[in-house]
Design a protein around this ligand. Structure first.
Ligand code: ATP
Ligand code: MG
Length: 401
């Protein structure tokens, strides 16, 4: 049944697989004539020996039977994806997406019309890459219908079937190919796959921004994101996603932070929020990066503290990381590391003056109060935060006389 020429390890001893809440769900969904296995990312990562995020399940049971069995066992059931065959089963706060095995009957480059099947092999053949097409049962036996284990050993991202065929079924797979390459591959980009992605790249224009953003963000946080993006740029694929800079050197020197990397990659960072429909928080971070001051170890202690106070520790960190990446300093440079650490020990000093203090001194309520406070705060920051309330009141009086 399995075609792999390599002996695939059994996952029976894997800690994640023996997790009692998962085993309980598997036990229930392996009754009633059904068979349920773990599929996709969890099996891939277990065989790659890297941490597992979600555990997704595939089953021969139809969704309504999944619902019935899960409810009968007292599990939580969320049928929100039931029309595509997915039911979320929750056992004591552990959630598992359970998807009925499917076969594509019609594709249009974006969506597939699917029918249910009882065949794990058919389900594997509709998955995108061989490393994603493995499944394993509750006992840890691994099933490999596409020779995916060989590709796992080689850290090779290979399409299931002919790349061009699989891409024209769903053009998002172009971007997924680079995403998985970026995260898991160790060698160069597979030539055949790259040629097909390049030739068919225009199809990406059919894909919704939401799907693109999701893959792009995952690609960006990968250790080899810069290298992968460069290949995508050279093959004319990246420009279909966003107008980009060629700051590869800077990009390579940034930490694994999607927003920071996106900021450096984009030619027009202030258009990113709309272009990729970023979240409010992501958009806000981009906006602060646009205005981030350049930071260098040449800054005086006093200037550092002043900037850190104004920026806050998170923005300070990002501004330091960005400035470091753009500098010529060596990785591990101690002066830069010290700048970064400043945010860790930082306890923001408390500005000792407020509006009530000014009212009590006979100032009239109104917009001047805010302005005085701001100028007093600037004075206090410039003076290394040593001025106390009395000093600041005196400063304001002096300002007015
Ligand atoms: P991650 O840990 O990054 O979430 P994952 O393997 O779980 O990785 P998902 O994008 O969550 O990746 O997809 C889950 C599984 O569904 C994949 O492993 C793959 O088998 C299949 N899959 C997802 N999207 C597609 C697609 N567009 N075409 C074919 N198969 C897909
Ligand atoms: Mg996933």
């Amino acid at each position: 049944m399995t075609r792999s020429t390599h002996k695939i390890p059994n996952l029976a001893k894997a800690k994640w697989l023996n997790e009692p809440r998962l085993q309980a769900v598997l036990a229930v969904l392996n009754t009633g004539g059904g068979e349920t296995r773990v599929v996709g990312g969890a099996v891939r990562n277990a065989l790659l020996r890297v941490p597992i995020s979600d555990v997704d399940l595939a089953t021969t049971l139809e969704p309504r039977d999944v619902v019935q069995l899960a409810k009968g066992a007292g599990f939580g059931v969320h049928p929100s994806g039931i029309e595509h065959g997915t039911v979320t089963v929750v056992n004591r706060a552990a959630a598992f997406e359970v998807t009925t095995l499917r076969r594509d009957v019609e594709t249009n480059g974006r969506h597939a019309r699917v029918i249910f099947t009882k065949s794990f092999k058919e389900d594997a053949l509709r998955r995108d890459f061989t490393i994603n097409a493995l499944s394993c049962n509750a006992k840890g036996e691994v099933f490999d219908y596409t020779n995916g284990y060989a590709d796992i050993l080689k850290h090779n991202i290979r399409f299931v079937g002919k790349p061009a065929t699989r891409i024209t079924e769903d053009y998002l797979r172009i971007l997924r190919f680079f995403r998985f390459h970026s995260v898991y591959a160790t060698g160069g980009v597979d030539k055949d796959a790259l040629a097909a992605c390049t030739r068919l790249r225009k199809g990406l224009q059919k894909i919704s921004v939401e799907r693109i953003r999701q893959e792009l963000i995952k690609l960006l946080v990968a250790p080899r994101a810069a290298e992968t993006l460069k290949v995508m740029a050279k093959s004319g694929i990246l420009r279909l996603i966003l107008p980009y800079t060629e700051e590869w050197r800077v990009l390579k020197r940034l930490p694994s932070d999607a927003v920071l990397r996106l900021f450096v990659l984009a030619q027009k960072p202030d258009e990113l929020k709309d272009l990729l429909r970023l979240s409010r928080e992501e958009g806000a971070r981009i906006a602060t990066l646009v205005n981030a001051p350049a930071i260098t170890p040449a800054l005086r202690e006093k200037e550092r503290r002043a900037m850190l106070y104004v920026l806050g520790p998170e923005q300070w960190r990002s501004a330091v990381q960005l400035s470091f990446a753009r500098s010529r300093a060596k990785v591990g440079d101690r002066a830069w590391a010290k700048l970064l650490r400043l945010a860790e020990q930082w306890q923001a000093p408390q500005f000792p003056l407020n509006g009530d203090d000014l009212l009590r001194k006979g100032h009239v309520a109104g917009p001047f109060i805010g302005e005085f406070l701001q100028r007093a705060e600037d004075y206090w920051i410039a003076g290394n935060f040593v001025a106390n309330k009395g000093d600041l009141l005196a400063y304001i009086e002096g300002m007015n006389s």
